[in-house]
Structures are given as structure tokens and as C-alpha cells.
Design a protein around this ligand. Structure first.
Ligand SMILES: Nc1nc2c(c(=O)[nH]1)N[C@H]1C(S)=C(S)[C@@H](COP(=O)(O)OP(=O)(O)OC[C@H]3O[C@@H](n4cnc5c(=O)[nH]c(N)nc54)[C@H](O)[C@@H]3O)O[C@H]1N2
Ligand SMILES: Nc1nc2c(c(=O)[nH]1)N[C@H]1C(S)=C(S)[C@@H](COP(=O)(O)OP(=O)(O)OC[C@H]3O[C@@H](n4cnc5c(=O)[nH]c(N)nc54)[C@H](O)[C@@H]3O)O[C@H]1N2
Ligand code: SF4
Ligand SMILES: [Mo]
Length: 699
């Protein structure tokens, strides 16, 4: 049982991208979280999930031995590690022999440490030789990442540390409910307002976050693109653009300006439901301030036009000179524990470590050199997450899954669950028996968070060391040990070390010279410096003295000519608009006490007591039209399926919209309903809007 190695160990929370610092203390089943006030990001504060995270270390809830599905019973039953690993190796290699390497798929997660994400990407390309690898980050911040790339030439979620937020004059927070999704970060918004800055929140719901705002805009879900263009239109019409900044530091304004001018305020009011006076007020607040920021999260991003929507918000920043300057700029609030690092080191379908592109010959040559293989042996880019899941049982016959629970979290989940069930072979490495692990042929119980050392990169681009604080139960191995053993069984004895620091040292070299350059970072530096911001290159002599880069773009953007690029975008409707049969809009998201698919947090008593199940949030006018009362079960039905939850009636949501959180399986699984329409650039599914009908459930 978990046994504390030292008296207190400084480490980081297992959950979200804030990666709050905490100390762990105690022994056996009584590991205790102690405040770590010296860590700058959260200064000691934790949300309930972080505070209760040690509950997951208990063998009562977590897996402690490998499971193999027995043909005789059809059930998952305990097995030795030797048998389990051999079964996985055989399962994957059989598929490869019969159907070729691309019939083997790999699915990763943004919660995996940098070392794991790196090793998983390398394992797929070098050991399995497959192009078919992607990960759940595709469902998360991929639209913002794509928009970042095309505007700035680089994708780091926040180009500045969180501590810059209170020093800005105005923040527009678009589709982020950080009071629930990153509670300790709310402090930065409170301080912003205490310092005289203003806060504008854009959300179809009056969330706990929106309640803090000086101005709350509540657009119809799926219309942020029009909203951002309308604000830019007003800024141009009222002479609030920064011509000098546009001339000296950007390109492409002519086309972007023309596109925005087609979105006049009255039209935008019609599309979004946000009144013209509010549009003007928002522009006044944003432009009157000496410095200003736009921060987006999943609200505007998880759409089939998420990339263009983020581009429109970036255009607003660029046109008004609110980018590449102190306390100004556009940022995306990344979500998962290693949402940032997880998208940099090669578990994404089109990517090599260091945020290199898989189709770039120089990148292939560099990484192949580090890996000791030929560039020609590296496969090309594969499919995006939804497309990969959708291909399971089709041309992808076997899957190795690490760090995701798509049976609950993927869009059109009943269909995806069916695809997973139709696989020839599924292996899942997890800490708990998730809904997806329960469908596997082999389940590998792995160490987690406090039981292992590794680095994560938080939403600021700050590389952190999550240190091992307790001993894992004896039957459990780390993801790195699993990959190392499987590589060995598949003929690669070398190149897959199980020691995280050894993997990090290789990752450093693989990332050297790439956009996300970690070569100047060491475990020691991270521990001594409260994290190190990338890029942090090693200098010419091999010294690791580069201070890291907390603030990007102050002199130049990361494009070849150093200028930020405007992207000309125009509004378009959601993939599915309401009609007579499905007259209501559904949007989805999170509650403070559950995390993601709930695989972890649904196993923590205190969190379950606070958030026991799904619900359908709706406006009194809609409830009245249905004849529904508070607490009665309602079914939300789309062309893809239905989800049921008790009515939660509130005036804090638009009357044309219902909201459901996505943390639960079974009949409350809202992803049975959601629309997998994909963004053409980022391949992000449309989690945040689809057309539904709401029905009372008889009996
Ligand atoms: N408690 C908790 N915290 C978490 C997580 C968790 O599962 N639980 N997950 C972590 C992860 S991986 C992520 S990605 C982040 C997500 O963090 P957030 O993005 O803050 O979370 P969401 O609740 O998905 O969405 C935010 C808001 O978007 C609004 N919204 C819905 N549709 C639209 C729209 O069309 N436009 C706009 N402007 N807003 C819209 C919703 O009403 C919601 O309040 O949270 C991280 N933190
Ligand atoms: N309707 C709707 N659906 C959504 C969203 C939404 O807003 N609305 N948001 C999307 C977003 S932003 C995200 S990020 C996804 C997330 O959805 P998922 O990818 O399902 O995320 P988790 O529930 O965090 O799943 C992580 C799994 O990995 C396990 N795990 C944790 N740590 C480790 C580890 O170190 N190693 C291994 N091997 N396993 C580990 C956990 O126990 C869990 O089973 O959901 C997406 N789905
Ligand atoms: S805000 Fe995020 S990182 Fe901080 S304690 Fe809560 S879940 Fe953990
Ligand atoms: Mo996410």
C-alpha cells in the first residue's frame, strides 16, 4: 500500500492544466495533501479534486493486477504480468502480420507526462511502424492550437504567465468557466478587477465565472465567430484599430478587414442574440484599456469552425494592437494535466517531438537520428482522434490505449463504443477499470501521479516536475515500464528505457532545435526554479543556462518574417441547426467536482457526494413549455441518441439552449447525443452545439 518515501514531497495535482503545486505527507492509506504556498501558480490553493486526489491511491478503487479476458468465460480475470504483456505483444503483432502495420492503432492522452507521450509516439512509429496514432487532446485544445500556429507560427497556449493577467487592463474570457474548471485561477481575475481592470465573459450560461464579470455576453452556442467579427467591425468603424501595430508587426490585414466589414453589428445581433449596445460596450472596454487580453477555452473552440473562431478573436487582438506587447495578447486555457506538453512530443497523428511536423524532411531526419532509425522508416501522418476511433474494426483492427476513456468522452459515443467492441484486440493501460478498459482483452494496471516521477507542461508552458511521493502497490507497473517491456517482446530491446529521467534526456535531444525546445531543461533545474518555460534551448557549448521564455512574441512573432498573420474568416452556421423536430440547442461541459469521463473522480466519495450525477440545465421558459418541474427526469434526444438527467431549472441559461455535463456513462451519457462533425483544419468535433429535442420521461 502507498508508503511515503520522505516526510513531505513537493509534487503536482494529477488533474487539470493548472498543475497546482502541493505537498504530500503521511503513509499507507492515509496520504495527506498539505499546502504548498511557495509554488507561484496556485500559491497553496487547491480545488476539491486536488485536495481529495490521494483517495485514488487506495487499492479499494484502483487496479492492482493485470486482467486478461478468458475465452472460456468471456470475462476479464487476473493474470500475471508476464502473461498479460505476452498477450498484448501477440495481439498487436498478429494484426500487423495479417493486415500490415497501419491496422494497429494507438490512442494516447493529454494527461500523460511528457516522457510517456514521447515514448508512446516513438513506440508507435518505431516498434509498431504505424501511422495510426492520435490522442484525446484532439478533443480539447486542437482548434486553438491550429489557430495559434497559423497566426503566430507557434502554439503555446498562453504566451505569458498567469501572473500577467491581473496586470492587464481588460480581459475577455470566451467560453471558459474557470471558476469551476480551474478554481484557484479565479484569483487572477479577482486581482485584475481589484487593480481596476475589467472582465468581460462570453458564455451562453451565467456561470460562476460569468457572475464575476463587469460585462457578460451570452451568445447563442456556436456563434462566437460572428461575435468576434462583429466586435472587430465595431472597432474598425469607431476608429479603434492600431494602424502602427498593424503596419509594423502583422500581415494580411486587408483581407481580414474586408471579411470583418461584412459582419455589421445588426447582423451579428441577429446571429448571436447579443445586442448592438453590448457589442459597442465590449469594444469600448477592450480598447479603452492600456493593455488587454482575449483568453478562450473550450466554449468557442469545440466546434466544427473552432479554428476560424479562434482566428477571429486573434484578429481582434492584432487589429487593436493587443498582442506581442506586455500584458496584452491572445491565449488559450489548455485543459488536461499535460495538455500542453502532451501536444508537443509526438502522440499526435502529424507530429514528431519538439512540436516538429511529421511531413517535414528536416524534422524526420533529426528525430530519426536521435532514434537510430532511417528517416524513410518513419510512417507518415495518420488519422485524427475521431476518425481513428471511427475506423476501429474497419481497417484498424487492434488498439493500444493509454490515458483516455473514449466510451464516455468521445462524440457520438454509442457508435464509438460499438467500433471499440468490434476490434480484434484491445489493450488498455489504466489506473482504474474505466468504461473503456472494461471492454479490453487485456488491462494493464499502471502507476499514477504520486507513485511515479515525470514532467508535465502546464497551461503557461511551464515545464514542471511531478515527483514520486509514495510507493505503488506491488502488482502495478508504470506506463514506461509497460512500453519498455512490450518493445522488448516485439524485438526492440534498446531505445525504450523505463526510467523517466533517461527518457527525458532523450526527449531533450529530440526536441533540440524544434519549436518546443526543451534541450536546456533538466529535472534539477525544474525542481529548483518552480518550473522552466519553453523554449529553453541548450546553448552552443551544451550548457543549460538559458533562462527559459515566460513571455513570447514581445519582439517578434514566430513566423518566418516575424509578423503575426491575420486570417480572413467569415461566419458560418453550426453543422446542425435547430429545426421543427430538434428545436433546441444542446451544449455540454463540466462541473467543479468531476473530472472528464469521471473515471477517476467518480471513485472519490467526497466528489460523488458533491456531484452525484448528470443533469439537464434549462431555462424556466423552456421548462414551462415542456411542463417540466425541477428534478424530474428529462431526455435530451438528437439524431444520434439520447441522454437522461434530472431537470435543473435556472434563469442563468439562454431559453433556446440546454446544458449537460459529460462526466457520466450509461443513460446519462451526453456524448450519446453530441455531433462528431469535424473542424476541417483541427479535426475537432462539435461537442459544444447540436440540435436536440427535450422530452419528459414518463413514469
Ligand atoms: N472540474 C473540472 N475541471 C476541469 C476539467 C473537468 O473535467 N472538470 N477538465 C479540464 C479540461 S481537459 C479542460 S479542456 C478544461 C475545460 O475548461 P472550460 O472550457 O472552462 O470548460 P467547459 O465546461 O467545457 O466549457 C466552458 C464554458 O463554455 C460554455 N459554452 C458552451 N457553448 C459555448 C459557445 O458556443 N460559446 C461560448 N463562448 N461558450 C460556450 C459553457 O457554458 C461552459 O460554461 O477544464 C479542465 N478542468
Ligand atoms: N460532450 C463533451 N465531451 C467531451 C468534452 C466536452 O466538453 N463535452 N471535452 C473533451 C475534452 S476537452 C477532453 S480533454 C476529453 C477527455 O476525456 P478522456 O480522454 O476520456 O479523459 P479522462 O477521463 O481524463 O481519461 C483519462 C483515462 O486515463 C486514466 N489515466 C489517468 N492517468 C493515467 C496515466 O498516467 N496512465 C494511464 N495509462 N492512464 C491514466 C484515467 O483513469 C482515465 O481512465 O473529453 C472530451 N469530451
Ligand atoms: S485546479 Fe486543477 S490542478 Fe489545481 S487542484 Fe484543482 S484539478 Fe488540481
Ligand atoms: Mo480538455
Amino acid at each position: 500500500m502507498p508508503d511515503v518515501l520522505d516526510d513531505t514531497t513537493p509534487t503536482h495535482c494529477p488533474y487539470c492544466a493548472l498543475q497546482c503545486g502541493m505537498n504530500l505527507r503521511g503513509r499507507a492509506e492515509a496520504v495527506e495533501v498539505v499546502e504548498r504556498p511557495d509554488f507561484p501558480v496556485n500559491r497553496g490553493a487547491l480545488c476539491g479534486k486536488g485536495r481529495t486526489a490521494p483517495a485514488l491511491l487506495s487499492s479499494r478503487v484502483r487496479l492492482t493486477e493485470p486482467l486478461v479476458r478468458r475465452p472460456a468465460t468471456g470475462r476479464l480475470e487476473p493474470a500475471t504480468w508476464e502473461e498479460a504483456l505476452r498477450t498484448v505483444a501477440t495481439g498487436l503483432s498478429r494484426t500487423r502480420t495479417v493486415y500490415g502495420p497501419d491496422a494497429v492503432g494507438v490512442f494516447g492522452g493529454g494527461g500523460l507526462t511528457n516522457e510517456k507521450a514521447y515514448a508512446l509516439g516513438k513506440f508507435a512509429r518505431v516498434v509498431l511502424g504505424t501511422s495510426q496514432i492520435d490522442y484525446n487532446g484532439r478533443f480539447c485544445m486542437s482548434s486553438a492550437a491550429a489557430a495559434h500556429q497559423r497566426a503566430f507560427g507557434l502554439d503555446r497556449g498562453l504566451p505569458f504567465p498567469l501572473e500577467d493577467i491581473p496586470r492587464s487592463g481588460c480581459v475577455i474570457l470566451v467560453g471558459s468557466n474557470l471558476a469551476e474548471t480551474m478554481p484557484p485561477a479565479l484569483r487572477y481575475l479577482t486581482e485584475l478587477r481589484e487593480n481596476g481592470g475589467t472582465l468581460i465573459v462570453v458564455d451562453p450560461r451565467r456561470t460562476r465565472t460569468a457572475e464575476q464579470a463587469d460585462l457578460h455576453l451570452a451568445p447563442r452556442p456556436g456563434t462566437d465567430l460572428a461575435l468576434a467579427l462583429g466586435l472587430l467591425h465595431v472597432a474598425v468603424a469607431e476608429g479603434r484599430t492600431d494602424e502602427e501595430f498593424i503596419r509594423d508587426r502583422t500581415s494580411g490585414w486587408g483581407e481580414a478587414r474586408a471579411a470583418a466589414m461584412a459582419h455589421w453589428p445588426e447582423l451579428v445581433e441577429r446571429i448571436t442574440g447579443v445586442g448592438v449596445p453590448e457589442l459597442r460596450e465590449a469594444v469600448r472596454m477592450f480598447c479603452d484599456a492600456e493593455s488587454a487580453m482575449v483568453l478562450t477555452a473550450r466554449g468557442p473552440e469545440q466546434h466544427s469552425k473552432g479554428t476560424d473562431t479562434v482566428s477571429a478573436w486573434i484578429n481582434l487582438c492584432l487589429a487593436t494592437g493587443r498582442a506581442g506587447r506586455p500584458f496584452s495578447g491572445y491565449g488559450c486555457l489548455t485543459g488536461q494535466g499535460n495538455g500542453q506538453g502532451g501536444r508537443e512530443h509526438g502522440q499526435k497523428a502529424d507530429q514528431l517531438p519538439g512540436y516538429r511536423k511529421l511531413d517535414d524532411p528536416a524534422a524526420r531526419a533529426h528525430v530519426a537520428g536521435v532514434w537510430g532509425v532511417t528517416p524513410e522508416s518513419l510512417p507518415g501522418p495518420g488519422r485524427s482522434a475521431y476518425e481513428l476511433l471511427d475506423a476501429l474494426g474497419g481497417d484498424v483492427k487492434s488498439l493500444l490505449l493509454m490515458g483516455s476513456n473514449p466510451v464516455v468522452s468521445a462524440p457520438r459515443a454509442a457508435h464509438i463504443e460499438g467500433r471499440i467492441r468490434s476490434l480484434d484486440f484491445l489493450a488498455v493501460a489504466d489506473v482504474v477499470l474505466s468504461e473503456t478498459a472494461a471492454l479490453a482483452d487485456v488491462v494493464l494496471p499502471v502507476t499514477q501521479w504520486a507513485e511515479e516521477t515525470g514532467t508535465t507542461t502546464n497551461l503557461e508552458g511551464r515545464v514542471l516536475l511531478r515527483q514520486k511521493a509514495v510507493q505503488a502497490p506491488p502488482g502495478v507497473r508504470s506506463d514506461l515500464e509497460v512500453l519498455s517491456a512490450l518493445a522488448g517482446l516485439l524485438g526492440h530491446e534498446k531505445g525504450f528505457p523505463a526510467d523517466p529521467e533517461e527518457v527525458f534526456e532523450e526527449l531533450r535531444r529530440a526536441s533540440a532545435g524544434g519549436p518546443a525546445d526543451y534541450s536546456g531543461i533538466t529535472y534539477r533545474r525544474i525542481a529548483e526554479e518552480d518550473g522552466v518555460f519553453w523554449p529553453c534551448p541548450e546553448d552552443g557549448t551544451g550548457a543549460r543556462t538559458h533562462p527559459g521564455t515566460p513571455r513570447l512574441f514581445l519582439e517578434r512573432f514566430a513566423t518566418p518574417d516575424g509578423r503575426a498573420r491575420f486570417i480572413a474568416v467569415g461566419h458560418r452556421p453550426a453543422a446542425e441547426e435547430p429545426d421543427a423536430e430538434y428545436p433546441v440547442l444542446l451544449t455540454t461541459g463540466r462541473v467543479v467536482s468531476q473530472y472528464q469521463s469521471g473515471a477517476q473522480t467518480r471513485r472519490v466519495d467526497e466528489l460523488n457526494a458533491a456531484a452525484p450525477g448528470p443533469f439537464v440545465e434549462l431555462h424556466p421558459l423552456l421548462a414551462e413549455r415542456l411542463g417540466a418541474v425541477e428534478g424530474e427526469p428529462l431526455a435530451v434526444v438528437s439524431r444520434r441518441g439520447r441522454a437522461v438527467g434530472p431537470a435543473r431549472i435556472t434563469t442563468g441559461i439562454r431559453a433556446d439552449t440546454v446544458f449537460m455535463p459529460f462526466h457520466w456513462p450509461g443513460e446519462g451519457r451526453v456524448n450519446s447525443v453530441t455531433n462528431p462533425a469535424l473542424d476541417p483544419t483541427s479535426r475537432m468535433p462539435e461537442f459544444k452545439v447540436c440540435a436536440v429535442r427535450v422530452e419528459r420521461v414518463p413514469g
